[in-house]
Design a protein around this ligand. Structure first.
Ligand SMILES: C[S@@+](CC[C@H](N)C(=O)[O-])C[C@H]1O[C@@H](n2cnc3c(N)ncnc32)[C@H](O)[C@@H]1O
Length: 664
């Protein structure tokens, strides 16, 4: 039974599980937990005393004795829908003792084979030894090669035991940086354990993380790293809970925020541990609305973890519903899209329609045109002056409408030219002009702005040729071609735009790009609604273009070297690529953009852009990341190249625009 009904949440986060001990009677254990409103159990599949070496016969021979119960005790739907297998926690595949290691290897194979036989959706793997997991990862990697559907959740403490111990001591920072004697990596940072393991398993898409959460939490920015990792479950221990005034379990503000953040990123909660709050069974929970059915409540109260479950359900239900914009964006989250090529291709009606729904964008343009008109024509000249305004790249006309509205509001007169190279959009533009009765004011020009011979010079040039990275839809090249017909003191709206870029952890995006199995997809930029992504450092400005630009000899090629520093308390991180954004100055203080720190609220025309790295770059704690970015221009195309030179060196991506380019 889901934790609650929240409109538009169809994610896994709705389901809460319980970690249970091994039981010979799994059927009863499951029924008991399901009746107590848990959705699934995380259960060991074999008796924890089982050791292959204690068997009288060869464990790999034909006469393997039963090491688990029959698969018939549950239906296939029960196994796959309600049981996560828990691989024996005694396993130690990196033990120095051969007997333990070999027993562990054999048991791992048996248990994963059994779990696959049962068609379980996932198996929980025991925590690896800190930075000593070579053999364990090798064996898991072997298993991963043969898995069809089952996910493996590697159990990792959010806060390592070393860090927990250090919490109350003044030398905490020293512990944080305690280095492994061989790798030199911070051994007390449990993210490093995960990172080593997944690198050994080549980022396999069926390997994910289950985070153990106890009372002590690491710094916020260290937690944020996990958003970009494939975290499927969070195992919340009863020891993480505080006690409220009435004796019920509750969580600290930091824990509450963490759980809410996990819910928002589709992470399932699994409750674990002994109950530490001993409540009177007849008590009704303060966090749930009673339905008046006392006998049902009394029955539910019997599960020792029920008060904890109710608290989690309460946190889930009290979350804010998604905004309209969030609902619109939900289906695009972490989904790779090819950027538009509005210059080379003709956009479709559906694309224009999506643009046109974004009223925020047009109201920003309207404000900008309004301000420009007031600056250009004084009150005393308003009745005698006609301003020539050209919308270049008019599409189906929304910027024409915004400009006319601005003129009406400012009580200034306009003669408008709507220039559009897409003949299909021009058809609609004609019918709009006719329908609105704008024939006297608006001239339609079906032409590429770079080739048009304008009958007169413009006072104001209005355009929206911006991509997620600002210049990536070739606004600079188009406007350079159009400024021939702008008066020397004319105004361009936008007057400038700047691209921004920042490093991200994005394991899902990395795996999605990897699944194409070729180089070209690793050298291509994608438009993405970033969600399960950790933004590791504040984005930095990359390239700026100003319009009009009458400086002779200037060109649109660019090069920028950027150095990023991750906040010290983040710890180390893995960079899968870079998230790009833009900010545009439309006119004076009217801007529009998606750079996170200044983004225009309620605007959905642009998602971020993602530049992947062929091989993710490990950035050790305290190290800087150096990125090079080039904008290259050829006779028929524009493209970007990018490379990392610190802390390690990547190849230059997209040399000569061999994989990704924008046609001129
Ligand atoms: C991003 S759309 C914006 C359309 C419209 N202004 C809006 O806001 O809905 C850019 C438009 O510019 C047009 N365009 C791009 N390059 C052009 C060029 N060189 N000359 C004329 N139109 C161009 C495209 O066909 C497209 O309709």
């Amino acid at each position: 039974m889901p934790l609650g009904q929240r409109s538009f949440d169809n994610s896994e986060a709705r389901y809460c599980g319980a970690e249970v001990e091994f039981s010979e009677d799994i059927e009863n254990a499951l029924t008991y937990n399901l009746e107590s409103s848990f959705d699934f159990i995380v259960a060991p599949l074999t008796n924890q005393d089982f050791r292959p070496s204690k068997l009288k016969v060869s464990p790999l021979g034909s006469a393997v004795p039963p090491f688990a119960g029959s698969d018939l005790v549950l239906s296939p739907a029960q196994w796959s829908g309600h049981v996560v297998g828990k691989v024996s926690s005694w396993l130690d595949l990196d033990s120095a003792e051969d007997l333990v290691r070999v027993d562990s290897e054999t048991t791992l194979k048996l248990e994963l084979g059994w779990a696959a036989h049962l068609s379980l959706q996932a198996c929980l793997l025991p925590t690896p030894r800190p930075l000593n997991c070579g053999n364990y990862a090798r064996c898991v990697n072997q298993a991963l090669q043969g898995l069809a559907h089952m996910q493996l959740w590697l159990r990792i403490p959010l806060q390592s035991p070393q860090m927990q111990e250090a919490e109350d001591t003044p030398e905490e920072e020293t512990v944080f940086l305690m280095r492994d004697s061989i790798t030199g990596w911070p051994v007390s940072d449990s993210w490093e354990w995960w990172n080593m393991f997944r690198m050994l398993c080549e980022h396999h898409s069926h390997l994910s993380v289950a985070l153990d959460i106890t009372a002590s939490l690491p710094p916020a920015s260290s937690i944020m790293r996990w958003i970009g990792e494939p975290v499927r479950a969070a195992i919340l221990h009863t020891s993480a809970f505080l006690t409220n005034k009435r004796g019920y379990p509750c969580l600290s503000k930091r824990h509450q925020n963490l759980i809410t953040m996990l819910f928002n990123h589709s992470v399932q909660i699994v409750l674990s541990g002994e109950p530490l709050h001993h409540l009177d069974e007849s008590d009704l929970s303060p966090n749930t609305e009673s339905n008046g059915n006392c006998s049902e409540d009394a029955a539910n109260a019997r599960h020792p973890l029920k008060p904890y479950l109710e608290y989690i359900a309460y946190l889930y239900r009290r979350m804010e519903p998604p905004t309209e914009q969030e609902r619109f964006e939900m289906s695009y989250r972490d989904f790779l899209q090819a950027p538009l090529q509005p210059l080379m291709d003709n956009l479709e009606a559906q694309t224009y329609e999506t643009f046109e729904k974004d009223s925020t964008k047009y109201s920003q343009y309207q404000k900008a045109v309004h301000a420009a008109l007031l600056d250009r024509v004084s009150e005393s000249e308003a009745s005698t002056t006609i301003i020539v305004l050209m919308v270049v790249g008019a599409g189906r006309g929304p910027l024409v409408r915004a400009s006319l509205k601005a003129a009406e509001e400012a009580r200034r007169q306009l003669r408008v030219y709507a220039v559009e190279k897409n003949p299909n959009a021009v058809v609609t533009l004609h019918s709009l002009i006719k329908m609105e009765g704008w024939e006297e004011m608006v001239n339609i020009v079906s032409c590429d702005m770079r080739q048009w011979n304008a009958p007169e010079q413009a006072d104001i040039l209005v355009s929206e040729l911006l991509g997620s990275f600002g210049d990536n839809e070739l606004s600079p090249e188009c406007l350079d071609g159009a400024q021939r017909f702008l008066k020397e003191d004319g105004i361009s709206i936008p007057s400038s735009y700047t691209s921004f870029i920042g490093p991200i952890t994005a394991s899902k995006l990395h795996n999605d790009v990897k699944s194409y199995n070729d180089l070209a997809h690793f050298e291509t930029a994608y438009v993405v609604k970033l969600h399960n992504v950790a933004k590791l450092a504040a984005p930095k400005p990359v390239f700026t273009f100003h319009h009009p630009n009458f400086i002779p000899g200037s060109d649109n090629r660019r090069y920028k070297k950027l150095v990023f520093e991750l906040p010290e308390d983040t710890g180390s991180a893995l960079v899968h690529g870079f998230a790009g954004y833009f900010d545009a100055v439309l006119y004076n203080d009217v801007h529009l953009g998606i750079e996170p720190s200044t983004s225009t609220p309620n605007m959905f025309s642009w998602f971020s852009i993602f530049f992947p790295l062929r091989n993710p770059i490990y950035v050790p704690v305290g190290c800087k990341l150096e990125l090079h970015f080039w904008r290259c221009v050829g006779p028929t195309k524009v493209w970007y190249e990018w490379a990392v030179t610190a802390p390690s060196v990547s190849a230059v991506h997209n040399t000569n625009g061999r994989s990704y380019w924008v046609g001129l």
